[in-house]
Ligand binder design. Structure first.
Ligand code: PAF
Length: 301
């Protein structure tokens, strides 16, 4: 496995691999790798001859300097995990490789990037789509794999890929969870032990909504009230958003759910009372599928 630091070297490597008729899968990451990332490598290996992992904590997608500075960086351990998983290349550029002095070009997706995390974190998706475009141009992959935990990010990247005509197959990898159901995320490392226990509130809220929908509840307001109530319980949790949206367009769901509907959650956790941990924002999601029989029932609104 090789560690490549410059865009020009990566592009030359991509040209050679492509000339040999071999397919490249890229797994873009910001490091602090966990089994969820490793599962994305496995998805890449099913679809390409070589998997390349990029590790770059992208400054332009952070809204707060403290979040960028505090983002976990575990490069040596990441390298070992990539090696063990059979990745062929790690691309770990310095910032100036992707953002040369005076860079002033951005890639920005429209309305799909506006709600949910786009509303909570203005400019976030512009940073993501800009860096992902640069990674695509550097690695020239046939396939790129992203986690479904970042549901909106995946949707935005699919749209960008289509709109800009990148000849790249975008693949989503299912969310992996810890034993207690918390979605694997590099940010979990920043939670204090007490906040980490309280972080199960996201999956509990999701499962509650899922059970309600399975029992025939299709009323969006009632579903969201219960989700908000659950998330309001742990003392260190503060709701950022809980929304029901169309999984394709991300448009707001109708008052009575009439088909598969995305439940998207973002919750802030404060540091533990003894000061351990940081302010951490976690996201999670689930596509709720109302029972066909139930969707024909009149709304209780
Ligand atoms: O999902 C992430 O880790 C990042 O947003 C990505 C796609 C690597 C871009 O920096």
């Amino acid at each position: 496995m090789d560690i490549i630091r410059t865009t020009s070297e990566l592009q030359a490597r991509a040209d050679r691999v492509r000339a040999e008729g071999r397919r490249i899968a890229l797994v873009p990451t910001m490091g602090a790798l966990h089994p969820g990332h490793i599962s994305l490598i496995a998805h890449g290996q099913e679809r390409a001859d070589e998997v390349w992992v990029s590790i770059f904590v992208n400054p332009t997608q952070f809204n707060e300097a403290s979040d960028f500075e505090g983002y976990p960086r575990t490069f040596e351990a990441d390298v070992e995990q990539c090696r063990a998983a059979g990745a062929k290349v790690i691309f770990a550029p310095t910032a100036d490789q992707l953002y040369p002095e005076g860079a002033q070009t951005w890639v920005e997706v429209g309305s799909l990037a506006e709600p949910l995390c786009g509303a909570s974190r203005p400019g976030h998706f512009r940073g993501v789509t800009t860096v992902v475009s640069k990674l695509f141009l550097a690695a020239k992959p046939h396939v790129a794999v992203f986690g479904e935990k970042d549901f909106q990010q995946l949707a935005v990247i699919r749209r960008m890929t289509r709109d800009l005509g990148f000849d790249i197959d975008i693949v989503g990898g299912p969310t992996l969870r810890e034993e207690d159901g918390v979605a694997m995320s590099s940010r979990n490392l920043r939670l204090g032990p007490v906040a980490r226990e309280q972080a199960t509130v996201l999956i509990r809220a999701i499962q509650g909504a899922e059970r309600a929908v399975a029992a025939g509840e299709c009323n969006a307001r009632a579903l969201l009230e219960n989700v908000r109530k659950t998330i309001g319980e742990p003392p260190q949790a503060t709701l950022d958003y809980a929304e029901l949206r169309d999984p394709e367009s991300l448009a707001e769901a109708p008052p009575t759910l009439d088909g598969p509907t995305l439940l998207a959650l973002a919750v802030h956790f404060s540091p533990d009372p003894d000061g351990q941990g940081a302010d951490v924002r976690l996201i999670d999601n689930r596509v709720l599928v109302p029972q066909a029989a139930d969707t024909s029932r009149p709304s209780s609104e």
